[in-house]
Design a protein around this ligand. Structure first.
Ligand code: ARG
Length: 498
């Protein structure tokens, strides 16, 4: 029997083009195994609750295991004659063991709670994969930051030289951003991993089911309790896309910096060949195009978010077919996120840093003007605005010469002109504030690029990262333990005698 399982009330089959338009079977292949697992747990619970006989359970489990086997061996053939994976799986079971036993499989369940079980299980798995990839990226970035704590680098605002910093401090800034992304992801996980099974079509069921038992067998952290909410709400899926979109915004901004820094005009970094492409005509080209795609494909994740938001906004409460559109944007968005993280991790761990070039730019800049003005506040007791005016006057007067060429006498002269009084500073102050290393040592504020401060932050972030790794591993373990419980129960019932 191919298709038509749910059409007893109707006289005709779905028109051919309508069937193609309607089916979700292709995007559903991604949840075939979840559909089988969810059904096995449901039917084990039905038997334990005295709803179906052992013989039926055994037949159903055996048939379901075969369906899974066929899938893994690439022997599943589907087409638009099936509305979705749920129809396919139930049809195959009935084909294999007949209606008397197979016809009991879907007791006390609706596709409306079933599809949510499948998608939540698939998504929780993907979220754990994303968390693991993110942890890997964060560790790679921390390791890289450790090696670049003293790599002097220009910091920009408005694309203009702002202050001197270090590459290590820069990388660490994205560690902090991505740590928040990881926190958001793990929090979102808690709202995804809830069991909708048992909600029925919308209003529950009169069959004496046990929602606690399927929750336990499927490794959910709890039940999605209210049967209307469990079948109608997609906010958790929107949240997955939102968390993904925010994460991609972080990756994309970082990619943008690295692309810019690969430009000849900057020459701060060079991506490894493994993460670069060339041109069909310009033999000299080396393009950071993998990172360009991380930035470009961020828009796919944003559109997944808006697609989901737009999909739900007008749908009244209760399942409507519109909600079938939950799956494709989710699949797409999670694919891009996982892929992007691997690219960024690879690109960052293998890129060459041109520290000499970075220092050259930093040394030739006027950014020490801030440091000098602050030194006049700290060491000569000037109000900041006066110090600012004196230094601005000096920068104007230097006419292109470097700030470090300034002499204490010229400083005195400038202060006399601007403030009407001569400011005296110790002879080596100018040299000190215009030397990148010594100037960084003067940045004593919390969170600054001072190498000692960056080392302190790195050590702290390692501790946070270890805790978060433990948390993610704990979640993974709970899912795996549940899989073990389900496997064990399936095996036990397959062997059981009446
Ligand atoms: N194919 C549907 C989906 O993906 C499954 C649920 C269908 N429920 C229904 N009553 N038609 O959302």
């Amino acid at each position: 029997m191919r298709g038509g399982l749910y059409r007893s009330r109707l006289k005709a089959a779905l028109e051919e083009e309508a069937a193609r338009f309607h089916t979700s079977i292709y995007e559903d292949l991604r949840i075939l195994e979840e559909d089988v697992d969810g059904t096995e747990a449901h039917d084990i619970m039905l038997y334990e609750a005295g709803v179906i006989p052992l013989e039926a359970l055994r037949g159903i489990l055996k048939a379901l295991e075969e369906v899974k086997e066929e899938w893994r061996e690439g022997r599943v053939e589907v087409g638009p004659e099936y509305e979705d994976i749920h129809e396919y799986v139930e049809s195959r079971v009935i084909e294999k063991i007949g209606l008397e036993m197979g016809g009991r499989m879907h007791t006390g369940r609706s596709r409306n709670d079933q599809v949510m079980v499948d998608v939540r299980m698939r998504v929780r798995d993907e979220l754990l994969e994303v968390a693991e990839a993110l942890l890997g990226l964060l560790e790679a970035m921390l390791r890289r930051a450790e090696g670049e704590v003293e790599t002097v680098m220009m910091l920009y605002t408005h694309g203009q030289h702002a202050q001197v910093g270090t590459l290590g401090h820069y990388l660490l800034s994205y560690v902090d951003t991505l740590l928040r992304d990881l926190q958001r992801l793990l929090e979102c996980y808690g709202r995804v991993n809830l069991n909708p099974l048992g909600a029925g079509p919308i209003g529950g069921t009169s069959i004496p089911i046990d929602r606690g038992r399927t929750t336990e067998l499927l490794g959910f952290d709890g039940v999605a309790e209210n049967s209307i909410d469990a079948t109608s709400s997609r906010d958790w899926a929107i949240e997955v896309a939102a968390v993904s979109a925010i994460l991609m915004s972080s990756l994309s901004r970082m990619a943008s910096d690295l692309i810019l820094w690969s430009m000849g005009e900057y020459g701060y970094i060079e991506l490894a060949d493994e993460y670069s492409t060339s041109s069909s005509i310009m033999p000299q080209k080396k393009n950071p195009s993998t990172l360009e795609l991380v930035r470009g494909r961020t828009s796919e994740v944003y559109s997944a978010l808006t697609e989901l938001l737009a999909m739900v906004k007008g749908v009244p409460t209760g399942y409507y077919q519109d909600l079938q559109g939950t799956k494709p944007p989710l699949w797409r968005c999670l694919e891009v996120v996982k892929g992007s993280m691997r690219i960024v991790e690879g690109a960052i761990s293998t890129m060459t840093v041109k520290a000499d070039r970075m220092r050259e730019i930093a040394e030739g800049s006027y950014t020490y003007a801030v440091d000098l003005a602050e030194a006049l506040v700290v060491e000569a007791g000037l109000p900041f605005r006066e110090a600012y005016r004196v230094v601005a006057h000096i920068v104007k007067a230097l006419g292109g010469r470097r700030l470090r060429e300034l002499t204490p006498e010229q400083l005195m002269e400038a202060s006399r002109e601007v403030l009407g009084r001569a400011i005296e500073v110790r002879p080596d102050l100018i040299e000190e504030v215009t030397d990148p290393y010594r100037s960084l040592e003067r940045r004593i504020s919390q969170g600054s690029p001072r190498p000692g401060e960056v080392r302190r932050m790195i050590a702290e972030r390692w501790r946070t990262l270890k805790e978060m790794r433990r948390e993610a591993e704990g979640l993974r373990r709970m899912v795996e333990e549940a899989e073990g419980r389900l496997r064990e129960a399936v095996e036990r019932y397959l062997r059981a005698e009446e």
